[in-house]
Design a protein around this ligand. Structure first.
Ligand code: SGN
Ligand code: CA
Length: 540
């Protein structure tokens, strides 16, 4: 405990003794925390960052009334590992959740447990993706694994497994409001984790958004037709290209029968199965409404497919992708609006910290890609908007390199609970107050899940404001360096360019220092690989 915290704690014990009603009064002053996170929500699809693709007025409100972080990033750009980093405040190699496959080690200390011990009520609704249930929660309803978009199953703390009829995003919002309104003890501070499955693959919008989004045309990114020259083998070998790796049925929503009729082979052996898994979950009424809109899209494709060039097919797939992906975000944005309105109407807005973020960034056609995993910008960076009216001035922008590693210590700091000394992040509370001196000037990154879906090679690296140094390893030994100011799209690896030899030297030193600081090392890499190859991987 810091001296100030010991003093405050000591004083409250002195003043209030052991009389719990008065102690509770002290506790109610502690801020509530609502952690809103969506799965795979790219910052390019939040209008507070750019309105090039879509409008998200409710999510934007958080930044208008609070702070927009323009350089927030993750430590390992993939779902369950990111969530483990968020809950433990430790890099993947220490919390043990390096990839999506093995279940989370529930002996790890997490910030919700510490808040619960300190008298916070805790609840979680939506996607966790850990392979087991969360500890430290008074109430939870979580999706098994990736969860479904329609008529989802939930694992619940008190009612066993349940299946609910409806659209998952709306159901998660309803559960959240219900808990806020009817289930929590209104005299105590709370931590609420509101975790959307959307906009994760296979991108199924809510019925009310089918029409608007499927009729829109979206601007293409400059690097949609990237041929991956100028970089090493990792970008070339990744299987995330819209034209060649996106599923025809599962992702682009071409009916499996139409694929057969047109002679289009499955992109992978679960292309049609992914369609059956998601679209097949709809009840007859939902399916009829879906067919009404997606049927004509299939009809049009049937007519045009044979005459389409490769370029046109890529463009068509990009549009289909954006229509569905952005369509799912419309419901997320509405859900965020519903929660914000509830707080306003119930006098909770002032003393509640609201965080909106994603488990990582996502490619929306940049480099011709979908998915994430890389340290390259669109997947390394993640959206972050924070509102805390008592502390943060409205409409402020922060440019520091904050990471998902920082949430645990931030929330503990805000709640005046001491963080364990082995947590590795930095509290963002000083940044909320506008104090940026001494904050990290370089972020460390390490991605492990390879060989696996999308085939993004293992790599680690360091990112500073100006540069990005990356080492791809395991089945290759390749270094890349990007000049972030001159090459904003990260198209040219300048690692071997003599003009950068000094920079390379300095960054290597800085990277070594960071690996030491965070206790990551080549040795740990090889131990990990050894374990990885000797275990049977359960499916995710
Ligand atoms: C599934 C997806 C992949 C995705 C991983 C991880 N395929 O395998 O595209 O990269 O999840 O996503 S799917 O067609 O089965 O959805 S993560 O968000 O959980 O990390
Ligand atoms: Ca994700």
């Amino acid at each position: 405990m810091t001296k100030v915290k010991i003093l405050i704690f000591g004083l409250s014990v002195l003043v209030f003794g052991c009389q719990s009603p008065k102690q509770k009064k002290v506790q109610t002053k502690r801020p509530n925390i609502i952690f809103m996170m969506s799965d795979d929500h790219a910052y390019q699809a939040i209008s507070a960052y750019t309105d090039r693709l879509t409008q998200t007025p409710n999510i934007d409100r958080i930044a208008q009334e609070g702070m927009l972080f323009t350089n927030a990033c993750v430590t390992n750009s993939i779902c369950a590992p990111s969530r483990a980093v968020i809950l433990t405040g430790k890099h993947s190699h220490l919390n043990g959740k390096t990839d999506n496959y093995f279940p989370f080690d529930t002996t790890q200390v997490t910030f919700p447990q510490l808040l619960q011990d300190a008298g916070y009520q805790t609840a979680m609704f939506g996607k966790l993706h850990f392979g087991n249930s969360p500890k430290g929660f008074d109430e939870f309803k979580i999706l098994p694994g990736q969860g479904a978009y329609y008529n989802p199953e939930f694992i619940t703390k008190n009612e066993g497994n349940i299946i609910l009829e409806g659209y998952t995003t709306d159901i998660i919002t309803d559960m959240t409001i219900n808990w806020l309104d009817k289930e929590r003890n209104k005299d105590e501070p709370f931590l609420l984790m509101y975790l959307h499955k959307a906009p994760h693959r296979e991108w199924l919008p809510a019925e009310r958004h089918y029409k608007t989004f499927t009729q829109k045309t979206f601007p293409e990114p400059e690097t949609l037709f990237d041929n991956y020259e100028g970089r090493g083998s990792a970008a070339k070998e990744a299987e995330m290209n819209l034209l060649t790796h996106m599923n025809w049925a599962g992702d682009s929503k071409i009916y499996p029968e139409l694929m057969d009729e047109l002679g289009i082979p499955e992109t992978c052996d679960w292309d049609k199965a992914a369609f059956a898994r998601e679209v097949g979950r709809q009840n007859p009424e939902q399916r009829a409404a879906w067919d009404k809109v997606y049927g004509p899209i299939n009809e049009e494709f049937r007519k045009n497919y044979k005459d389409m060039s490769e370029k046109e097919l890529m463009q068509w797939r990009y549009q289909r992708y954006m229509q569905d992906y952005l369509g799912t975000i419309a419901a997320v944005d509405e859900g965020v609006g519903t929660v914000l309105d509830y707080l306003d109407k119930n006098g909770l807005a002032e003393n509640t910290i609201i965080v909106y973020t994603s488990d990582q960034g996502f490619y929306l056609g940049e480099h011709g890609w979908f998915d994430k995993r890389f340290i390259y910008d669109q997947s390394f960076k993640t959206p972050l908007l924070v509102r805390w009216p008592e502390v943060i001035k409205p409409q402020t922008v922060n440019t520091q390199m904050v990471q998902n590693l920082d949430f645990a210590q931030t929330f503990l700091d805000a709640a005046d609970v001491e963080a364990p000394s082995d947590m590795q992040g930095e509290s963002l509370v000083p940044l909320f107050n506008g104090k940026t001196e001494g904050f990290r000037d370089a972020a460390y990154y390490h991605y492990y899940e390879y060989p696996s879906v999308h085939m993004v090679k293992r790599h680690y690296g360091i990112v500073t404001e100006e540069y990005k140094l990356i080492h791809f390893y395991y089945d290759v030994d390749e270094w890349e360096l990007y000049d972030r100011k001159k090459d904003i799209h990260e198209m040219t690896n300048v690692y071997d360019d003599p003009a950068y030899s000094e920079v390379v030297k300095e960054l290597h030193k800085k990277l070594d220092d960071l690996r030491l600081k965070y206790k990551d090392s080549a040795e740990l890499d090889s131990t990990y690989i050894h374990d990885y190859l000797n275990q049977t991987r359960p499916s995710h």
